[in-house]
Design a protein around this ligand. Structure first.
Ligand SMILES: Cc1cc2nc3c(=O)[nH]c(=O)nc-3n(C[C@H](O)[C@H](O)[C@H](O)COP(=O)(O)OP(=O)(O)OC[C@H]3O[C@@H](n4cnc5c(N)ncnc54)[C@H](O)[C@@H]3O)c2cc1C
Length: 447
């Protein structure tokens, strides 16, 4: 007979979204008992893992796919992760300083970078404009063998690379260090949630848990669990895998982002010194739609179909995407980047935009690196949403789908969900403490 265990709030999913909420509730609210359920045997084994993503703290200064408005938003959320890391002394342990830049190649992109620099310098006063000769000093491999003009907007030595997997584990530890009743259960996959009176019954193969409030932060599985309960039927999920290539030599010491083609839905590839595989530089991510909910476990094909929930609205979104030649070429290219035999030489052409001297033989396909972004399709408006999506039922359960930059925005999302939970449960959230420590950090609050 399974035990029946009661909590104020249950969080489903032990990636960076679930663990940041656990930390936030434990340290900044008066909610007493919090349960976190994770299906695998460790925290952050999927997209939040150190190897599952691009390890970038997206603060909007080098991401040319962000508008000024979006950049201002992510700047605030990125600062929260940086402040959190400083609060607990994780500098150069889980968060690292690098030089970073957005690189323009050719006269048109150089003019674009110059204009963007002028438009963004008020929001990011530390940014500098670097011409080709300055770039030759900062990152010589960018100019070696290069005929075209290049320029970049960049900054030296900023906190910009994060091991989101280790940060997730630290959230759990810093939640357990609070004086709250915190239960973290690994190897417990939630397969069913239902409302029983005023509580939610959450079933795993091992136990039956009851909670007054539930937050589902289970990546692409969030929508699956929502659909099972009859919520979010106006949303579909399109999982987009992202792969990376390593160079054999450490060809870069900076994060180098490139100029976005505004027609394409996903960020242009970039080069990043890897903070987990120390001596390597990785290039990517690619973008490939995959019929599964997790990149490297099982197929989940039936679950994929359930979350895609194909109908004429979804087909209309696909049709609108596919009718554009640039997008068709992009999809084909990204498919080819996965095919052994041809992929390295094709991908080398992309990398050459950043490092002209790179050849196919200098690249290695990064096995089991890169996760899946659960991109959400809004069926009502027949649109592919590029950011995060939340289903707040206002009935005591929330479902979050968090593609990029979901790791950067983890604490901002946690704050929003903590406020919703506190309001529903009639509990208090200590906004002053949260904002002082994580939003407007002052030296004196450092622990
Ligand atoms: C290629 C790529 C590059 C990216 N680069 C960046 C970047 O540079 N910067 C950035 O900010 N973001 C980046 N992202 C996005 C970022 O990785 C995600 O937004 C973030 O990791 C999402 O965290 P999460 O906790 O919501 O989901 P996940 O990390 O996917 O965690 C979900 C958890 O839920 C668990 N789970 C699932 N179903 C169940 C169930 N039924 N019961 C119990 N547990 C369950 C899973 O096992 C998992 O541990 C990138 C993503 C990809 C794929």
């Amino acid at each position: 007979m399974k035990k029946e265990i009661f909590y104020d709030i249950a969080i489903i999913g032990g990636g960076i979204s679930g663990t940041s909420l656990l930390y936030t509730l434990a340290n900044y609210s008066n909610i007493n008992s919090i349960l976190l359920l994770e299906k695998y045997d460790d925290i952050a084994t999927l997209n939040s893992n150190g190897l599952g993503n691009s390890q970038t703290l997206h603060c909007g200064d080098i991401e040319t796919n962000y508008t000024l408005q979006k950049a201002a938003k992510v700047k605030r959320t990125a600062a929260m992760v940086e402040n959190y890391a400083k609060l607990y002394g994780y500098e150069e342990k889980y968060i690292f300083k690098f030089t970073k830049m957005a690189l323009g190649v050719g006269d048109e992109e150089v003019a674009y970078i110059k204009k963007r620099y002028d438009d963004f310098k008020e929001l990011y006063p530390y940014m500098e404009f670097w011409d080709k000769s300055r770039l030759n000093e900062i990152e010589p491999m960018l100019t070696y063998g290069r005929k075209e003009n290049i320029a970049a907007m960049g900054a030296k030595e900023r906190y910009t690379a994060v091991n989101f997997g280790e940060i997730s584990k630290s959230f759990v530890q810093n939640a357990k260090n609070s004086n709250k009743d915190i239960e973290v259960c690994l190897n417990e996959e939630v397969y069913h949630i239902e409302k029983k009176g005023t509580k939610f019954l959450i079933s795993t193969m091992k136990e039956r848990y009851f909670a007054d409030y539930v937050v589902v932060n289970a990546g692409a599985h969030s929508l699956l669990l929502a659909h099972k309960m009859g919520y979010g039927l106006n949303f579909s999920c399109l999982p987009i895998g992202g792969s990376f290539y390593y160079t054999k030599e450490r060809v870069l010491n900076s994060k180098v982002y490139t100029v976005q083609n505004p027609k394409l839905p996903f960020a242009a590839i970039h080069g990043d010194p890897d903070i987990v595989m120390d001596s390597k530089v990785r290039f990517g991510p690619t973008a490939l739609a995959l019929p599964k909910l997790e990149r490297y476990h099982g197929s989940h094909f039936i679950e994929f179909l359930n979350t895609l929930n194909p109908d004429e609205d979804v087909l209309k979104v696909f049709y609108d995407l596919l009718k554009d030649k640039d997008i068709r070429d992009y999809i084909l290219k990204n498919f080819m980047y996965e095919i052994p035999g041809v992929r390295k030489s094709l991908f080398a052409k992309e990398v050459k935009k950043i490092i002209p001297a790179v050849e196919a033989d200098d690249l290695v396909y990064a096995q089991k690196v890169g996760g899946l972004r659960p991109q959400v399709i809004d069926k009502t408006n027949q649109k592919l949403l590029l950011g995060e999506a939340k289903i707040d039922t206002q009935k005591g359960i929330i479902f979050n789908m968090t593609p990029s930059p979901g790791a950067t925005s983890c604490l901002d999302n946690a704050q929003k969900d903590a406020l919703l939970a506190c309001r529903f449960l009639n509990k208090k959230f200590d906004m002053k403490k949260f904002e002082t420590r994580l939003v407007n950090q002052k030296e004196e609050v450092l622990l």
